[in-house]
Design a protein around this ligand. Sequence first.
Ligand SMILES: Nc1ncnc2c1ncn2[C@@H]1O[C@H](COP(=O)(O)OP(=O)(O)OP(=O)(O)O)[C@@H](O)[C@H]1O
Ligand SMILES: [Mg+2]
Length: 1046
Amino acid sequence: MAEPALAVRRRSRISSARKRSHPPARLEAVCSPLKRPSAGCEGAPAEPPCNNDSEEDMFGDYDSFHESDSLLAQVLDAEHQHPQEKGMDMKAAGEFAHGNLQSEMDQNKQGNLHATEDSVHEVDEHYGFQMDENDAGDTNEDLSDSVFDELPSSQLLYLEKMGELSSRSQRSAGTEKMDKWKNSSLDKIQSPSPCPDSGHKNRSAKSSKGSKSDSCKSVSLKDHLKNAMTGNAKVQTPKVSKTRQLKEAILSEEISVARETIGSSSFDIGPFYGLPSKVKHLLRQFRGIETLYEWQHDCLTLKSLQQRKNLIYSLPTSGGKTLVAEILILQELLCRQKDVLMILPYVAIVQEKVWGLSSFGIELGFLVEEYAGSKGRFPPIKRRIKKSLYIATIEKGHALVNSLIETDRIDDLGLVVVDELHMIGEGSRGAMLEMTLAKILYASKNTHIVGMSATLNNVGDLQKFLQAEYYTKNFRPVELKEYIKIRDTIYEVDSKAENGFTFSRLLNFKYSGSLEKADPDHIVALVTEVIPKYSCLIFCPTKKNCENVATMVCKYLNKEFRAHREKEKQDLIKNLEDIGNGSICPVLRQTIPFGVAYHHSGLTNDERKSIEEAYSRGVLCLLACTATLAAGVNLPARRVILRAPYVASEFLKKNQYKQMIGRAGRAGIDSAGESILIVQEKDKHLVRDLITSPLENCYSNLLPESTKGMQYLLLSLVGLKIAVTQEEVYSFMCHTLLGVQQQLLLKEKSLSGIIRDELENLIEKGLLKGKIMEQDQNSKSTLTITLLGKATYKGSIDLSYCNLLYKELRKGLEGLVLESSLHLLFLATPYDMVPNCSPDWMIYLRQFNQLSSAEQKVADMVGVPESFIAKKASGQAIRKNVDSAIVNRLYLSFVLYALLKETNIWSVSEKFNMSRGYVQNLLTSAASFASCVLHFCEELEEFWVYKALLTELTKRLTYCVKTELIPLMEVAGVLEARAKQLYNAGYKTVAHLANANPETLVKTIEHLSRRQAKQMVSSAKMLLTEKAEALQEEVEELLKVPTDIP
Ligand SMILES: Nc1ncnc2c1ncn2[C@@H]1O[C@H](COP(=O)(O)OP(=O)(O)OP(=O)(O)O)[C@@H](O)[C@H]1O
Ligand SMILES: [Mg+2]
C-alpha cells in the first residue's frame, strides 16, 4: 500500500524559517494536500472509556508541520527526481495555481443552475421562512445568480481584488504587495528561466492560457507556478451577471462603511448591527432566522460592547446565545479585520460549527479553520488578506494561543469567544481554559473576550477574572416544563411550592404483571406518550443501562412501531452494517426496527454520527444515552426523561441536570418541551435539594490538588517568557481565576507559598532552573526553562510522566527492536490509558504466542517476561515483582499493533474483547501521544533518531484507514463511512467535493440530507480555499525581494 505524501504539522515553532506552514513534500499533496483525519473520540461528546471524560482532547493538540522545506524547493526537488513526470506535474500545478474558477464556472454554467435554484427553494421551504417585501428582490437575484453562489470565495475575492466587482474595494496591503511582486520580482526571477523565450516574453503572453511557456518542455515547475499565479491575476474577468456584480459591490461597500462605522467612536448601527445586510439574508437563508429576539438586540447594542469591554452573558438553554456571539464574530472579521478564536467544548461541536459557518465564510470572504482532533496548524498561517475564524476545542485553543504568543502574533486575535464558559470549573479542561484566558488577558490588551453559558452562578468571580461586564435574561423561546415522577405520580417542578413540586397527574398505563416486573419505573408508559410522533431522549446513568433500557423498551413496544418509517430504518441498519464491515451491534439490530437506539462512547464515531443523523431526521424517535450527550451534539427532543438522578454512581449536579433537560423544546424545532426526572422514594429529599438549590459555582482548577494545571502553567509561563521571575509569576497568578478566588480556595497555604512550592517542584524535576526565595515572592532572580522542560512543555507531556518518558526513550536507544513497529508502539502508548486497562490474560498469552521471536523479545526488554503472562493465564501465583503499569501498557500496544495490521476496529475489538468505541479512542489517543513524543524528542538532541521513526508512526496511527480515503476525511465532519460512500461514488478528492452539486450528492449518496450535502460542499470549498490561500501566500513570500540585500 503506497504511503500518501503527508504533511505532518509541527506545533509552535519559533524558528522564523518555520513560521509559515510548510506544504507537503510531493506534488500530489500540493494539489490535494493531506491533513490528518478528525480524531474522533478526542473531545467527543460521548465519554471516552476508562471514565476519563475530563481528559478528552488532552492529547489532541500535537499537530505538527514537520517538513521545513518550502513548497517550491520541494517541487524543484521533485522535478529533479522525476524529470519524466514533469509535464504531468506541471499541468496539475498549473491547474491548482490557476484556481478552479474557470472549471467551476463552466461546470456551474452547464449544469448547476437548475439544481441550485431548486435547492434554494427547498432550503426556504425547509425553514418555512417568508420574505419580507424589502428582501424579495434580493432573493430573486439570488436565484438567478445562484451559479455564482457556488464560486469559491477565493475566486470572488480575486474578482474583488481586481477591482472588477467593487468600485470601493480598497487596495489592501496584500494586493499592493502582489502588484509589486508582479512588477518587479517576478521579472527578475523569471529571467533565468530555462526556457529561452521566457525572458523576452511580456507578462500577458506568459499569463494567457496555453501560452508558449506552457508548451516549453523544459520550463521549471516553479516558473509554471509563477506563470499560473500571474495568469490568475491577468485572466479575463469572467462574465459575471450584472446583478451579481451589483450585489458584490454593495457587499463590499457595506463592509467598508461598516468598518468605518465600527472604527469611529460613535457606534451607529449599520445595515445590520454594523454588518452588511447580506448577513441578515444569509441568516434567513441558512438558519431560517427572521428577526433577532429582543434580548439579542439589547445585548448586541450594549454600551459596554461598543466600548469593547469584555462580556459574559448568560441565558437559559436554547435562549439563542450563539447568534449574538456569531454576529460579534462577523463584526470582528469583516469590520475590524481581525482574526477570531471560538472555543467550543467538544470535537463534534467544533465540526458542526465549522460546517455551519463555512457557508458564511464562503459568502462573506473569511476563512474558517478547524482546530480539533488532529486538525489545526501551529502557529496558524499568517494570511495576507482574508481574516480567519479559528474554531477550536479547549485544548487546541490553548495550543493556538501559546503559539500566537510565542510568535509575537497574539495581537492578531481581535476576539475570543468561549461557549459553555462554566466549563472553566471542570477538571483539567477547566484549568486549561483558565490558562488560555489568563494568558490572553496578560499578553494582549486588544483582544476582546466574550463568554457565554446557560449555567453560571458565581458570575462575580468570573467577571473579576475576565474584567468583564455581565448581561443576563431569563428568556427561553420555547417553554420548558419540568416534571418529576415518583411511583405513578407526576409532579410539576414549582419553585414556589413548599416541596419544590406540585401534583400534576397520575400516569396512565395498563401494565401486565411481567411488564410491571421488567419496567417498574414505567419507562415504556412515559416514552409511548410521545413516540413515534415526537422524539424522546432518555438519559441513563451508565452505558450498560442505556443498552438495557433500549432493549427493554423495544421488548414491550407495540408491533405498529415497526411500521413507522420502516424503509428508512432498514437503510440505517444497512448503513451500520456497512460501517461495521458486515457486522452490527446485536442490540442495535434488535432496537432500530422500533425506532430506538442507544448512544454512548462504546460506539464508533461513525456509528454515533449515523445514529445522530437518523434521530435528527425522525427515523429514530428514542435514544437511550449517557449524560455527555447533553453537552455534545445538538440533539433536541420533545420529551427528555432522566432515568435516575445519577451519573454513574454520583448524584446529579444541578448544572448537569439543567444541561440535560435543556435538550427538550429547542427553538425552531419544537413548539413545546418537557422533562421528567424519575425519582425513587429514597431519593426524594435529595431531588428536592437539587430542584431548589442554585447552580453550582465555578471554581478554579489550577490548584495542585485538583489538577496538574498550576505546574503546567508555570512551566509554560517561563517557557513562553511571559513571566520569568518569581515576582512576575506571582503577579500573573494574581490575575487568574485562582488569584481572584484565593481567599476562598486557599486555606492552608498562601498563593505565593503554593507558587514557591510548585516552582521548586519543577526545579526538582529538572524542568526549570533558578533560585527560589523562601520568603520573598518579589524575587527578581530569573528562572529559565531546561531542555527537558522545554521538551515537556512543547510536547504537552503530562508532568507526571515526563521523567518516565525520558527514561524509557533513553533505554530504547540502547536496543530498539525495529523488526516491527511493536517496540515503537509501546513507547507511544499513552500512559493515561494504562491505569484503567485490565488485560484478559488468555488473550494476552494468545497474542504473545503469535508474535515473532524478535517481537517477543520486546516484551522481555520492557520488563514483561513470558513466564509472567503464562502464569497469569493459567491462574498460577506469581512471586516475581512485575510492574503492572508496564504489563498493561504492553497489552495496549498489542491492541494498537493489531489495529495497524488490520485497519479494522471491529475485528480488533472482537479479538481483544473490548468495545469498539474504546479501541477507537485508544487509537486516537495513541496518534496524539505519538505526536507528543515526537515533539518531545525534537527538543532533545540525543533523541534525534526517534524523529523519523515517530513521524512515520504518527502518520500510521492517525490514518488508520485505507489511504485513498484520507483526502476526503480532511473535510470537517466527514468520517470513514461517509468518505467510503463518497469515494465509491467517484468523489475522490476535496476538489471533487468542493465542486460537487449538492443535489447530485443527495441523489447518489445514501443517508445524506440536502442540508448536510450543502454544508459538506461548503466545508470542502472552505478547505480548498484555505489551502490555496496558504500556497499563494507561500509563493508570494518566497518571491519577495529581500530589502536587505547587501
Ligand atoms: N432570533 C432567533 N429567531 C429564531 N430562532 C433563533 C433565534 N436565535 C436563535 N435561534 C435558534 O434557537 C436555537 C437555540 O439557539 P442556541 O443554540 O443559540 O441556544 P443556546 O442559548 O446556545 O442554548 P444552549 O445553552 O443549550 O447551548 C437554534 O436552533 C437557533 O437557530
Ligand atoms: Mg449554546
